[in-house]
Ligand binder design. Structure first.
Ligand code: NAD
Length: 484
């Protein structure tokens, strides 16, 4: 079946693009083209924003009751549930996510997030009367923020669209989604489902495009709010534009999360947990636990056991369900990750596994060798900068207080974890970590809870009622209760 496309989903219809520019999607495994699709242009964005503006200012969607919108979004959720396998396969084909991760998380997590947001919307206080300070009642109402620009990255393309699309739709916003150029295929899957679910024309457009097209969308005067997931560098530029225009903005950015392994942690259980938490999606995950903090007393034993476990992980064809680490998304990303392997060596970290060059037997595809550095000083670039690949740093500490200090000595604050046989102690250490989400003996997201970053990891939250708050304006109304 050909994956080629010739049209874009603008304002609820599949239409011819404004230019004949295209993206060629290259398989990260074979380096062969798998599809050609239209590249959205600024003219396409203008059309989409005009449709979203019209649908917001005059259409039914923002004027429906929350329950009416919930019903439509719940239909969308049911339709998406039937496509989870297809969506996971497409994401594996276009960006190389190992099938075992795609089938566990790429589409299922997107669906769970959608369902969780529907539940949040059901319980949300859309309009409520409260006692005012002057003795009269006050009506507080949550209204949709307006036209939303949603800009996701390529690493979890459905999940990062859904985390914006779901709250925006439920709040009554209209949305222009701009998928990353690396993942233009998976976004299109959602379009037909939205129409089938009954989302009115104009409410959603999906236009894959590059940076300039994204920047045009961000700065567009017809957009009221920008919801962005991606690099901290791009997040700063977007925040600057939104600041200038006083546009609402939420940013989910990079991470360099620390896993603190306390001395009482069970080694086997910790290593099993960290293999997933540190290397999920081939390490191309913002929440990956990429700095592993281990006491000096246990450092060498831990490193030996972790290197052994990491060295046994299956690297190869992402479509094979046995594969645990697949290729990087692109040649550029492969080169970037390899450059950090070189940087780690030149900084004097001890490389105990991996190194530059291709894994054995993989002569094609954008693969890197899973690489483990030990004895890392937290000031090294491999401990401070986000690598976004299967390259981990083990950092020794002297005592738990120093472990917390090292964990917090980072420009980022997205995630973290504590590994211990004492769950109470784990929670106590978790309280001291300056990050938006912290797990004890695990790293999991829970879509009923707010997710987001401290410091350079972002502004705002996704999921939970806090995630819906980002898509509404609070309006207070003062009714006349004088009786006359
Ligand atoms: P990126 O910042 O290069 O691009 C992300 C998206 O923004 C793409 O769609 C891109 O086309 C667009 N874009 C880039 N510059 C833009 C600009 N100036 N204006 C408007 N749009 C712009 O990031 P990436 O390489 O695609 O993704 C990897 C990054 O995403 C990592 O830093 C990772 O940590 C982060 N990420 C964060 C989360 C989170 O929830 N915090 C989740 C996934 C990924």
């Amino acid at each position: 079946m050909s994956l080629d496309r010739s049209t874009l989903f603008i304002g609820g219809e599949w239409v011819a693009p404004a230019t004949d520019e295209t993206f060629t999607v290259i398989s990260p495994h074979t380096e062969e083209p798998i599809a050609t699709v239209p590249a959205g242009s600024t003219a396409d964005i203008d059309r989409a924003v005009a449709a979203a503006r019209e649908a917001f200012d005059h259409g039914p969607w923002p004027r429906m009751t929350p329950q009416e919108r919930i019903d439509v979004v719940a239909r969308f959720s049911d339709l998406y549930a039937a496509k989870l396998g297809e969506a996971a396969d497409l994401i594996t084909a276009e960006m190389g996510s190992p099938a075992q991760f795609s089938q566990l998380a790429q589409s299922p997590a997107a669906w769970m997030a959608l369902d969780a947001m529907i539940n949040v919307a059901r319980a949300y206080e859309w309009e409520a009367t409260r006692p005012g300070s002057l003795g009269n009642p006050v009506v507080v109402r949550r209204e949709p923020v307006g036209v939303v620009a949603a800009i996701p990255p390529w690493n979890v393309p459905h999940f990062t669209v859904m985390s914006k699309l779901a709250p925006a739709l439920l709040a009554g916003c209209t949305i222009v989604v701009k998928p990353a150029p690396e993942t233009p295929l998976s976004g299109a899957v959602l379009a037909d489902l939205l129409t089938e679910a009954g989302v009115p024309a104009g409410v959603v457009s999906i236009i894959p495009g590059g940076r300039e097209v994204g920047a045009h969308l961000v700065a567009h005067p017809g957009v009221d709010k920008v919801a962005f997931t991606g690099s901290t560098a791009a997040g700063r530029q977007i925040a600057a534009v939104c600041g200038q225009q006083l546009k609402r903005v939420s940013l989910e950015l990079g991470g360099k999360s620390a896993a603190i392994v306390l001395d009482d942690a069970d080694l086997d259980r910790t290593i099993e947990g960290l293999k997933f938490a540190s290397l999920l999606n081939s390490g191309q995950a913002c929440i990956a636990q990429t700095r592993i903090l281990v006491s000096r007393a246990r450092h060498d034993d831990f490193v030996e056991a972790f290197a052994d476990a990491m060295g046994k992980m299956v690297v190869g064809d992402p479509a094979d369900l046995a594969t645990e680490i697949g290729p990087m998304v692109s040649q550029r990303q492969q080169q970037r990750v390899e450059s950090y392997i070189g940087i780690g060596q030149s900084e004097g970290a001890k490389m105990v596994l991996g190194g530059e060059g291709r894994p054995t037997g993989l002569d094609r595809g954008w693969y890197v060798k899973p690489t483990l550095f030990a004895g890392v000083d937290n000031s090294m670039r491999i401990a401070q900068e986000e690598i976004f690949g299967p390259v981990l740093a083990v950092v020794p500490y002297d005592d738990p207080a120093e472990a917390v200090r090292i964990a917090n000595d980072s420009p980022y604050g997205l995630g973290g974890s504590v590994w211990t046989s004492d769950p109470e102690q784990g929670l106590e250490v978790a309280r001291q970590i300056r990050a938006g989400t912290v797990g004890v003996n695990q790293y999991m997201m829970d879509f009923a809870a707010p997710f987001g970053g401290f410091k350079d990891s972002g502004i705002g939250r996704e999921f939970g009622p806090e995630g819906l708050d980002e898509y509404v304006e609070a309006k207070s109304m003062f009714p006349d209760v004088s009786g006359g």
